[in-house]
Design a binder for this molecule. Structure first.
Ligand code: HXC
Length: 520
């Protein structure tokens, strides 16, 4: 019979065994591959000493495939809770050194347990993924485990923020749970996401492709848009996780945390008065505009390399979190297309779900015309953004800097989509369409009668100038109250800060319903 001291020593020994994951050899392989271990990652993510682990002694229950004599404590996933900047979060960190981080029945149960706890206490769920997907030896038990996790992801959506970091080769089920969460972050060169890996792709379709080209961090951050942020390595990705969560409340019933700032709300930025080029076709840096008006250094851009014609990200005004949506005149003139609409719509919905006010900066020539966009369903996808803004009940402050034409004018948080405060700069052009298009439609017949080319061109320019003078300004919209005020660009920060302060108690409700039916 063991003494109490021996029992204590036994516990210490078991703990130490659990901390070894899949063993020294496999742990050093992680480092050789430029990755951190599951436990290193948790240490970096959470406030020092705040991690409390659950289910360290769980092992799998499989009695087949020789697995009965082959098990490790944790069964390949480290789970528990801790704090980030003093706020509770739940975390699971998959351990690739144990059966490739693959998901067994017990592994899934551990994840479900922390997800259930997070829902009970209203805390974010952060998944650190490094997994070969369903544990092949476990068959349908593994599939069922995934389904249990997916169902919880779906139920937690809009209740608590869910963030996923991809920190290794993630395949199969290991990518679908992240896909159901709010944000995905990847580490450059060491993380991959695919439904099926290159070997299966080759055997099924004959396509030969490297893991990097099939589902590397660059592919998902720039081409597919599946990933929202990319870190240079695990350390960097985890830093982004901590930063990202700082803008969010712990759950949908709370307001985002207010962060102390030394930046004054009435900071005047003279540069803004001259930042818009005289030539309306010339671009300028919308990112510079953003950085000049928000609390200094507070802008975190999301989806930086995907659909670059629209800029989205979190920031703060006077310490309060906001979601920023801004057209980007430096990339295909900031036109709205399928990808930009989808990117912004999802972001608007996240902000609305978690009480994060929206600040929209408009310079949009319209929707991208053409068969490519029509065949791709721009009508449906553009409608997503329209729907998202119209449905959002968080404070919405909009500033039109330059172009705001046609449907895109309405979509970009227009007044009639329950925009709370809509400002325009004197350089704003708010109209149905630009002068060139308008003159072509309105004057086409009379212009075609002018046979002399030179005379016709002169007449076109004259008509365009007339149209620009009459319509391409903010005063027509202001005369109808569609913009609330025309403001000096240099005082934009002050006007936004004051509006957000005024709107901080805003209460707006949508009609009762089961759920809306956004065009997906
Ligand atoms: C059991 C697995 C495993 C898995 C990896 N391992 N994946 N064990 N089930 N799914 C084990 C390996 O046998 C190996 O064990 C160790 O983990 C490391 O794997 P390696 O292949 O040596 O590593 P690497 O070369 O880095 O390749 C990683 C990988 C590859 C790309 C993830 O292992 C792979 O392709 N795995 C299978 C991926 C997959 O198709 N999963 C099933 C998806 S179906 P030893 O003992 O040698 O160290 C799915 C269904 C759910 O998930 C769908 C829900 C919608």
């Amino acid at each position: 019979m063991a003494t109490n001291l021996e029992k204590l020593e036994d516990l210490v020994e078991k703990r130490s065994e659990a901390l070894q994951g899949g063993g020294e050899k496999r742990l050093s392989k992680q480092y050789q591959q430029g990755k951190l271990t599951a436990r290193d990652r948790i240490d970096l993510l959470l406030d020092k000493g705040s991690f409390e682990e659950y289910d360290m002694f769980v092992i799998h229950r499989l009695k087949d495939f020789g697995m009965e004599d082959h098990s490790f404590y944790t069964d390949g996933v480290v789970t528990g809770h801790g704090t980030i900047d003093g706020r509770v979060v739940y975390v699971f960190s998959q351990d690739f050194t144990i059966f490739g981080g693959s998901l067994s029945e017990t592994f899934a149960k551990k994840i479900c347990k922390v997800m259930d706890m997070a829902m009970k206490v209203g805390a974010p769920i952060i998944g650190l993924n490094d997994s070969g997907g369903a544990r092949i030896q476990e068959g349908v038990m593994s599939l069922s485990g995934y389904a249990e996790i997916f169902q919880r992801n779906i139920m937690a959506s809009g209740v608590v923020p869910q963030l996923s970091a991809i920190l290794g080769p993630c395949a199969g089920g290991a990518v679908y749970s992240p896909a159901l969460t709010d944000f995905i972050l990847m580490s450059d060169k060491t993380s991959y996401m695919f439904v099926t890996g290159p070997k299966v792709v080759k055997s099924v379709t004959g396509e030969i492709i490297t893991p990097e080209n099939l589902g590397g961090a660059n592919v998902h951050n720039s081409k597919s848009g599946v990933s929202h942020l990319m870190g240079d390595n695990d350390q960097d990705t985890i830093k982004y996780l901590r930063k990202l969560i700082s803008y969010m409340p712990s759950n949908y019933m709370e307001a985002p945390p207010i962060v102390e700032t030394t930046d004054t709300i009435d900071r005047i930025e003279e540069k803004l008065n001259t930042i818009i080029p005289e030539d309306p076709k010339k671009p300028y840096s919308m990112k510079e505009v953003i950085n000049l008006i928000v609390d200094k250094g507070s802008f975190l851009e999301i989806h930086k390399d995907y659909a670059k014609n629209i800029i989205i990200g979190f920031s703060r005004f006077n310490g309060r979190s906001v979601g920023i949506v801004a057209n980007n005149p430096s990339y295909i003139a900031g036109v709205l297309d399928i990808e930009a609409s989808k990117k912004a719509a999802r972001f608007v919905r996240f902000c609305d779900a978690f009480n994060i006010p929206l600040v929209t900066l408009v310079d949009v020539p319209g929707f991208l015309p053409g068969s490519g966009q029509e065949y791709g369903g721009i009508i449906f996808h553009g409608a997503k953004l329209l729907f998202a803004y119209g449905e959002a009940t968080v404070p919405k402050v909009t500033v039109t800097l330059r172009k705001s034409y046609g449907g895109a004018h309405i979509v970009m948080s227009g007044k009639q989509l329950r925009g709370d405060v809509n400002y325009a700069w004197p350089s704003a052009e708010i109209a149905v369409m630009g002068a060139k298009g308008a003159v072509e439609v309105l004057e086409g017949r009379s212009l075609s009668k002018i046979t002399d080319k030179e005379v016709r061109q002169k007449e076109i320019v004259k008509k365009e100038n007339e149209y620009t003078k009459r319509f391409a300004n903010p005063y027509q919209a202001a005369s109808h109250g569609f913009v609330d005020d025309i403001i000096e660009p240099r005082s934009t920060r002050f006007r936004i800060c004051r509006s957000l302060e005024m709107l901080s108690n805003k209460k707006e409700k949508n009609p009762g319903k089961k759920h809306s039916n956004i065009p997906l």
